[in-house]
Design a protein around this ligand. Structure first.
Ligand code: SF4
Length: 162
């Protein structure tokens, strides 16, 4: 099973979202893509590589010199999800023998950024998260709705509640 960065992110948001997304029930969030494109164009990221896709698994917002990767988010609403998505990318690249020195969570609209380095503890946690993700995706039916405030901004809101 291929585990994508989005799947890692959704694992921290909602198991049902992870399951729906992984079972091809997807509502493309075009606004999000347009938004990100705008941010990248507005901000001076120079000659760095933007929107780098690897193996249809890793979708990097930006990478500097194949060494520093950036994950760009609009808000800090679900920060653990963004943090582990970024760490998963670092881990994945490491497995491909691409030496990533650090990852940066970038919030251009908030003018904030946070740096992360992948530790041995992170690697172990990621391996465990990956097993959990596989277990959720293999379930025959979707996990229950979580009825949290984040549901209102979720692309699956209507699917889950209406
Ligand atoms: S609307 Fe809520 S319960 Fe449904 S997938 Fe999204 S976060 Fe999960």
């Amino acid at each position: 099973m291929k585990i994508t960065g989005n799947m890692v992110n959704y694992y921290f948001v909602c198991a049902r979202k992870l399951w729906l997304f992984s079972h091809q029930i997807q509502f493309e969030n075009e606004n999000e893509n347009v938004r990100l494109g705008k941010i990248l164009d507005e901000k001076s990221y120079g000659r760095n590589e933007k929107h780098v896709m690897l193996d249809n698994v890793v979708n990097l917002d930006m990478i500097e010199n194949w060494s520093v990767i950036h994950e760009i988010k609009k808000t800090r609403a679900i920060e653990p999800a963004a943090e582990w998505q970024l760490k998963y990318y670092m881990y994945y690249l490491e497995q491909k023998e691409i030496q990533v020195t650090k990852g940066i969570l970038d919030y251009p609209k908030l003018k904030q950024r946070f740096e992360y380095h992948l530790t041995e503890k992170d690697r172990k946690k990621l391996q465990s998260y990956m097993e959990n993700i596989k277990e959720i995706v293999r379930r025959k039916t979707a996990p229950k709705v979580i009825s949290q405030s984040i549901c209102k901004s979720c692309a699956y809101y209507e699917y889950c509640y209406v």
